[in-house]
Unconditional design. Structure first.
Length: 319
C-alpha cells in the first residue's frame, strides 16, 4: 500500500531517526537513510560551520533523503538558517519545545519550500502541531512524554489521536517506540509513520562511546528520570550521579534558584557522555523504552525488523 510519509519524503520505510545532539552524526544518519528510513542530523545549537561540515559529510555517504534539524527560535534561525539555505539538505527538520509562532513558521517554511526542501516539524504540544500544519509543514511528528531528551507532560497515546483528528499533514508518532509493537500501536492511533531515537543509540553505525551503549543495554525499568522542570526545559535521561545532583537541586531550592544552579553541572553534559564516555556525570538522554534495548544491530536491521514486526501485527503492509 502507499504511505504518505514515504511519498512526501521519498523514502522506502515510514521510519524517521530522531535528531539527537552529539549522537546523530553523519555515520548514523547516512546508515538510516541508506537503509530506507530518514536519518536526521542532530545539529541542535551547533555553530554554522559544524552544521555545514555535517551536511556535506552526510552527502558523501548517501544519496538518499536526510534531514538537518533546527530550533524554531529567532536567534537560532538567524544564526543557522543561512547555512541550511546554502547547503540545502533534502529535509529541514524543525522543532521547538513550546510556543511556535505562526508568522515565524510561515516565513521560514515558505523560504525552505522555495529552495526545494521538505519540512518535517516535531511538536510536543498539540497547539504547536496545529500551527505547524497551518504554516505548511509537510510531515508532523508528535512526541510523547515517554521519549528521551526534551519532553512534555502528555503521552504518545494521548497526543497521536488528537493530532490525527486535527491536522491535515501526515502524522508521525514518537516517544516510547522501539520495535514493531510500538509502531503498530502508533498506526492504530492514527499515525502513518514513526520516529525512533533511543533504538538507534544501539545501532552499529552510531559512533557514541561504547561504554554508553553498554550502560544502555544494562538499564532496566524505572531507571530514567526527568530533570530540569525548573528551567522550563525538562529532559529525560538515565539515572546517574549527574541526575542525582540535578534532582537534589530542584528539591533544595526554589524554581528560580535551582534554574540558576543548573548551568554548571549541565554544561557539556551530552558531549561528556556520548563522546567522552562519562556515564556518571554525562547526560545519557534516552526514553522510557530503554529496558527493551538489549543488543547492538545495524540500522538496517533495526528499521526492517520494526516495519516487518508492525506488519505482522496489523496484518497488512504499511508501505
Amino acid at each position: 500500500m502507499s504511505n504518505k510519509v514515504c511519498e512526501i519524503l521519498n523514502i522506502k520505510y515510514p521510519v524517521i531517526q530522531g535528531p539527537m545532539a552529539w549522537t546523530a552524526n553523519p555515520s548514523l544518519v547516512a546508515a538510516v537513510s541508506n537503509a530506507g528510513g530518514m536519518g536526521t542530523l542532530g545539529c541542535g545549537f551547533a555553530p554554522a560551520e559544524v552544521i555545514r561540515d555535517q551536511i556535506r559529510a552526510t552527502k558523501t555517504l548517501t544519496d538518499k533523503p536526510f534531514g538537518a534539524n533546527i530550533f524554531m527560535a529567532p536567534p537560532v534561525l538567524e544564526m543557522n538558517g543561512p547555512t541550511l539555505l546554502e547547503e540545502k539538505p533534502p529535509v529541514v527538520y524543525a522543532d521547538i519545545l513550546a510556543g511556535l509562532d505562526y508568522d515565524l513558521a510561515k516565513k521560514y517554511f515558505d523560504l525552505w519550500h522555495e529552495n526545494g526542501m521538505k519540512i518535517v516539524f516535531k511538536a510536543s504540544f498539540i497547539s504547536d502541531a496545529v500551527i505547524a500544519d497551518k504554516a505548511g509543514a509537510d510531515v508532523i511528528i508528535v512526541k510523547g512524554w515517554e521519549g528521551g531528551g526534551h519532553t512534555s507532560e502528555e503521552t504518545t497515546m494521548v497526543l497521536v489521536p488528537q493530532a490525527a483528528d486535527l491536522i491535515s499533514a501526515p502524522v508521525v508518532a514518537c516517544g516510547g517506540i522501539a520495535d514493531g509493537r510500538g509502531m503498530a500501536a502508533g498506526f492504530c492511533l492514527g499515525a502513518v509513520g514513526i520516529e525512533m531515537g533511543s533504538a538507534f543509540l544501539l545501532a552499529k553505525e552510531c559512533d557514541i562511546a561504547e561504554n554508553v551503549k553498554d550502560r544502555i543495554i544494562h538499564t532496566g525499568d524505572m531507571e530514567t528520570v526527568i530533570t530540569g522542570y525548573c528551567t522550563g526545559e525538562p529532559s529525560r535521561q538515565i539515572k546517574n550521579k549527574l541526575s542525582d545532583r540535578l534532582v537534589a537541586l530542584e528539591a533544595d531550592y526554589n524554581k528560580a534558584e535551582a534554574a540558576a544552579r543548573f548551568g554548571e553541572p549541565c554544561e557539556g553534559s551530552l558531549r561528556k557522555a556520548m563522546t567522552e564516555g562519562n556515564i556518571d556525570y554525562g547526560a545519557i538522554m534516552i526514553g522510557q523504552i530503554v529496558p527493551v534495548l538489549k543488543e547492538i544491530r545495524t540500522a538496517e536491521d533495526i528499521i526492517v525488523s520494526t516495519v516487518r514486526g508492525c506488519e505482522k501485527i496489523l496484518g497488512y503492509e504499511v508501505c
